[in-house]
Every structure is written in C-alpha cells, then in structure tokens.
Design a binder for this molecule. Structure first.
Ligand SMILES: Cc1cc2nc3c(=O)[nH]c(=O)nc-3n(C[C@H](O)[C@H](O)[C@H](O)COP(=O)(O)OP(=O)(O)OC[C@H]3O[C@@H](n4cnc5c(N)ncnc54)[C@H](O)[C@@H]3O)c2cc1C
Ligand code: SF4
Length: 649
C-alpha cells in the first residue's frame, strides 16, 4: 500500500510540525522521516491498523478536520507553524482516548525517526545539535558468528524429537536443556541471527532488525509501548543484563496458584543451573555517571540500594555499555545465543531463522509438529514428538489460538510491569547514553501493599527513550528538552502490576494487546513517581519532570515543589495518552496453574488441552515476577524442559 499525494502532504506537514528544524538543522522531511515512518507502518502485520493510519492521513489535511482541531478554516498543511501546533495539541489533550492515541502514535513515530535516522553521511546533524555522541560503529575485532543456522531454500520437512518455537530466554534455554538430554531438537525463530560483528550501536538499525515490529509495538490504545526482542536469542540479545532470581515471596505466590514446584528444590535447582550457565555475578557494577546521581539521592535519603546481579563476562562497564540494548559488540552479554543455544547447536540442534511458526499440528489430542513459513515464503513442516511454545508472552497465546486451543485463560492475565520515567536535569554533563547498563537499583518501595509496589532502576538513555518518555508541548520547548539530553538522568519506576490485561487475536491470527492500569496499580505508580522525584531532588537535580503528556515539572527550591508536581501529575491523569508507559517485561498470558479453570497450562507447563505441547517462556508466569524476569523465564524453561526430557527419554 502506498500513499497518494494528499496523504504524503499530510504526513510531511505533521512530521514537520513536530520537528521543523531551525538554524541550519534540517526539518523532519529534509531528514527523510515521512518515508521511513511510512515504511515502519508497513511493517505492522495488522492490515486494519495500516488502513487506519492511511485513512487518518486522507482526512488530516481537510478543512473539516483542521477546524475540529481548532485550526480555523484553512487546511492543516497551509497553516502557520503555531496554529499547526495548536491542532496537534488539541489531539494530545482531547477527552477522546482514540484521538489521544492517534496523537501519541504520530508523536512517537515522527520524533523517534527524526532522532534515529542517521542521515546521508551516517552522522545526523540533529545529533550534533543535541550533543549526542551517536553510534559507536562496528567492532573490527569482533569474531565471526559461531552458529550456523540451517539454510532453507525450498519447501522442507524435518523430523525431530522436540520442535521449539521461539529462541528467546525461554526457547533458547529449553533447547539447551533438551539437547543436553540427548534429544534431537529443531528451533524455529521468526527473526534473523545477529551477533557481535553486526552490532554498531545504531538506534535505527538496532530497533529495525532486532525488536518486535521494529520497536513500534504498543497496546491497542497506545497506552503502553511494548518492547520485545525479535531475533535469534529474542530479548536476551538486546536486554540490559539484569539478572534477579525469582524472589521468595513471588515463588510462594506462584506455588499458591497450584504449582507447588515453585517453592520446591526442583525450581531452586533450575534457578541455580541458570545463574551458573549465565555466569550471573555482582562484579561488573561500576556505576555510570547517571547511576552516581541515583546513588547520591538514595544515600542522602537513607533509602535501600544494592548492586544488580548481571549475566556478563568481561563487560567493559564503559563507553560500549550504554549501547547494550542494540547488542553487545564485545560479546560480554551472556545471552542465550552465547550459552544455551550455543550448547544446543554444539549438540546438533538445527536452528532455523526467519521462519515463522503458523500453527502447532495436533493428532489424537497430542502435539505432533509445527507448520511454519520462511520469510522467503517456503513452507517448513516439522514432525515432532513434542512441541515447546516459546514465542514470548504476546505471540505464544496467538500461536496457541491459531492452533485451535480454546482454554479461556489463553491470552488472559497478561502482566507488563509498566514502567514510567521521572527525569532529572543536572548542572553537569552525565552523558546518559554511556556507562554500565544497569549497575544499581532500589527496592525502597517494592512492598507498598501485599507484595506489590515499584522498583527504581535507571538505564542508558539515547534520544529515542527521551523522546518516548517526555511531553511534546510545541517544537521550541521540545528542542530545549532534547538539547538537555547530555545532562538528563532517568529514574525508571517499574511497577509490579497486580491486575492484568489480555492478548486477543484478530481474524488473521495476529495478536492484539489490551491493557488498562487498574486504580490499585495506579496508586503504586503515583507513589513511585513521587519517590523518584524525591530521589532526584535529594541528588541535586535542577529541574525534574515526568512522562506526562502535559508539562508536569518543577525546579527544586526555585520554581514549584514536589507537592505541586504531584498535584499537576494527578490533574493530567494516569491513563492512556496522559502518562507514558513502556513495557520491557511481558508475562503471564498462558499461565501455569493448578486447574484449567484458572490457567492455560498444568504444573508441568503442558497445555491443559493438547498433550505434549508445553509453554516455556514468560507466558507461563502465574503472576508478575516483580523483578526483571529473564532469570525466572529461563528457570521455568529449564524446569519444564527437564520434565519434557524425562517424559520423552
Ligand atoms: C530492551 C529490553 C531490556 C530488557 N532488560 C532486561 C534485563 O536487564 N533483565 C531481565 O531480566 N529482563 C530484561 N528484559 C526482559 C527479557 O529480556 C524478556 O522478558 C525475555 O527475553 C522474554 O523471554 P521469552 O522467552 O518470553 O520471549 P523472547 O525472549 O521475547 O523470545 C521470543 C522469541 O520468539 C520469536 N517468535 C515470536 N513468534 C514467533 C513465531 N510465530 N515463530 C517463530 N518465532 C517466533 C521472537 O522473534 C523472539 O525471538 C528486557 C527486555 C527488553 C526488550
Ligand atoms: S553493558 Fe556493555 S559490555 Fe556489558 S554486556 Fe552490555 S554492551 Fe556488553
């Protein structure tokens, strides 16, 4: 689908209103943003959503829509910049959630690409304007790729003991365990294989190649952005290496859902085995400049802080590290590609990349294989004695539904650990894109109520994350905010959500995510945002602002107060389009439990409906893990895969 001239004019006018450029800095259109943005829309597998965007662009530049947005009688593209901004802000502040959602999608699309597109000579003038260092480039000393995925250049049938669908934290671990038990394993991964030699720290390529839908996935109302890896290794290739074991209180809660193994030595042994294989340690925790600010605030307040356990070996904790989210150029990150999948590959496992599993084939009530298709359109039929679904908590329920499973809990109980950010701007350069990815954290408010609350963490910040988690109230204010990037520090407020959302599938079998924060969970976010502001204030931030759609900010001791900040945040609101949330932890949508009435899988991870079909990824969590989930996912996969191996041997 291509756009007509009218739609292009609308898209260019929108992009240039968000980012008009000035003083020799090019505008969004001059940077080629509309083209890249439209290419990104085309990556959305949901036809209905692609059509919606095209329809909006058809209407956007009409007099009626401009007048409705308070722009007067002209067409949007003919208005002077201030009036165009007013029109956009009328969408931002609309009482209608659909209009707010459209604004947020346009804002993120236009501005993200504006700051990510590298430009003609590979170095965007926009980066110089905001003082951003830009990508590191490839590591000339990176070793060649170690794994050899199977080449499929025609319709193919494979036979094996177990077909593992998805190669992320769960699938990669399951493959390693099953292969070590002597089983013949085939892994199907829809993304491609990238390794040390491919990583250059560029945001555009990083998101485009290795993240689900190019990093542009979100809940249906745009209320939560959804980040997940979609490449060999899944999230473990791009994640931030934080490696918490499942906390005891969470293990207890999970056991009470009908899976006693979570409190047993069996799960404890899986946790140990995973931490051992990933080399989890607390010896790579030299705080970056931005974490020194976090530490300073926590110390001044006398609040809890500790070092992050991390799955790294030889992590340089320096300039490279802030680029960890686009792959580790040094091979220090112990992703499943470096560990479990490497073990599986060495034991003979066949790995297929760019191969999308369409459905699981069942015969006589038991899983007997998988039907898949390569990116080039070749059919792949895998015959197997058992199937592991490990596509991540958005795609696993979709695969189960496409395969005809009916259990009402498939897709339900989705947890997202929605995270929002409170920003502090300091009177010194912190270059927040550099330094150890995540070295310290605080659990000061982890237990606000009945095991639920928030964690405080920070992460390296490149332009994209500042764009996503900050307000847009006009191009001048926005430019000032972006120019403060080198001295900005994020404190992430990571919610353990008690109440969940849902993954449904559309007519074509694509997942749609619905999620709304409950009042209970919003209460904890409010406390967390206030707590993060308190930390920044104690650390000496000059200005503090939130991720709301309006300007919710104060300058401690000079302009406003924390109480005012909290009141302004409440006045703006905490729901869709009013406060920005992102999810890096997607869980619980095909959960394990003690009964088919409350869960999708039995205590061994096998679906209640189809024998020999197991879930071994974050979907299997009975509730939110409350900590960054990778180690829990790998441990569940380790435990469930050990059970599968016992059953098949
Ligand atoms: C930027 C980022 C930072 C993070 N940082 C941390 C951290 O520091 N610590 C931590 O504990 N957690 C972190 N996480 C979360 C963690 O990485 C994920 O929770 C974890 O990887 C999820 O594991 P999974 O097995 O459920 O799915 P994934 O790892 O997402 O793997 C699923 C795989 O299945 C593939 N797939 C999907 N559908 C199909 C299909 N139909 N056919 C074939 N393949 C398919 C996908 O392409 C993907 O590769 C982070 C996540 C992100 C995105
Ligand atoms: S923090 Fe840096 S060196 Fe460490 S794993 Fe990440 S990118 Fe690699």
């Amino acid at each position: 689908m291509d756009l007509n001239a009218k739609q292009w004019r609308a898209l260019e006018a929108i992009c240039d209103t968000f980012a008009p450029g000035a003083d020799g800095v090019p505008s969004a259109t001059e940077m080629g943003v509309p083209q890249v943005l439209w290419e990104a829309v085309a990556m959305n597998p949901r036809e209905a959503e692609r059509k919606q965007v095209a329809q909006l662009l058809s209407l956007w530049d009409t007099r009626v829509l401009t007048a409705l947005g308070g722009g007067g009688l002209g067409r949007f593209s003919e208005l002077e910049p201030e009036r165009r901004e007013r029109v956009l802000l009328s969408w931002c502040d609309s009482r209608l959630p659909q209009r707010r959602a459209a604004f947020q999608a346009l804002r993120k699309g236009a501005l993200l690409f504006y700051y990510m597109v590298p430009g003609a000579n590979g170095r965007s003038p926009v980066w110089d304007q905001i003082g951003y260092a830009g990508p590191l480039g490839k590591n000339p000393e990176a070793p060649p790729k170690a794994l050899r995925p199977l080449t499929v250049d025609r319709d193919t049938t494979l036979e094996c003991d177990v077909c593992v669908v998805g190669s992320g934290a769960g699938g990669g671990t399951a493959a390693g365990v099953l292969a070590a038990a002597g089983l013949d394993v085939v892994v199907l991964e829809s993304g491609d294989y990238y390794d040390d030699e491919d990583f250059d720290g560029g945001e555009l390529e990083g998101y485009g190649r290795m993240y689900m839908y190019g990093g542009g996935a979100a809940t249906h109302d745009q209320s939560v952005g959804l980040l997940a890896g979609s490449c060999l290794g899944g999230g473990t290739t791009v994640n931030y290496t934080t490696s918490f074991r499942t906390p005891d209180d969470v293990r207890e809660e999970w056991a009470a859902q009908g899976v006693p193994a979570f409190e047993s030595q069996e799960y404890g042994r899986s946790l140990d085995a995973v931490c051992e294989r990933l080399g989890v340690n607390q010896e790579h925790n030299s705080p970056s400049m931005r974490e020194e600010m976090l530490q300073r605030g926590l110390t001044a307040l006398g609040w809890h802080s500790d070092f992050m356990p991390r799955n790294v070996r030889g992590c340089d904790q320096g300039e490279n590290c802030g680029y960890c989210g686009y792959g580790c150029r040094l091979g220090a990150k112990q992703s499943v590609v470096k560990t479990w999948l490497a073990d599986a590959h060495a034991a003979g496992t066949r790995i297929l990349v760019k191969t999308y599993a369409e459905r699981v084939v069942a015969e006589g009530g038991s899983a007997r294989g998988v039907e898949a298709r390569t990116a080039d359109g070749h059919r792949v039929s895998v015959r197997a004695r058992a199937v592991v679904a490990a596509c991540g908590a958005i795609h696993t329920p979709a695969l189960l539904r496409r395969s005809g499973l009916q259990n009402a809990n498939i897709g339900k109980h989705l947890r997202l650990h929605p995270a929002t950010v409170v920003w502090g701007v300091y009177d010194q350069d912190v270059r927040p894109w550099e330094g150890t990815m995540q070295a310290i954290y605080s659990d000061q408010h982890r237990f606000l109520d009945d095991g639920y609350g928030v964690k405080y963490e920070t992460a390296a910040i490149h332009p994209s994350l500042l764009v996503v988690f900050s307000p847009w109230r006009g191009s001048r204010e926005h430019a000032r905010m972006m120019e403060a990037l080198p001295s900005s520090v994020p404190i992430g407020v990571l919610l353990r959500d008690r109440d969940g959302g849902e993954v449904r599938v559309d007519r074509d079998g694509n997942p749609i995510v619905r999620y709304r924060l409950s009042d209970y969970d919003v209460g904890h976010v409010r406390r967390g945002v206030d707590g993060a502001a308190e930390i920044h204030e104690a650390a000496g931030a000059q200005r503090i602002f939130s991720s709301h759609s309006r300007d919710v900010s104060y300058a401690p001791g000079r302009d406003g107060s924390r109480a005012r900040f909290a009141a302004d945040a409440d006045a703006c609101g905490w729901d869709a389009g009013h406060c920005t949330y992102g999810s890096f932890h997607i869980m619980g949508s095909a959960r394990m439990g003690g009964s088919p009435e409350t869960s999708a899988c039995n205590p061994r991870g096998e679906t209640w409906e189809v024998r020999d079909l197991y879930v071994c990824d974050a979907s299997a969590f009975p509730t939110a893990s409350g900590v960054n989930p990778m180690i829990s996912i790998e441990s569940i996969a380790h435990m469930n895969a050990s059970g599968i191996a016992d059953a098949l041997r």
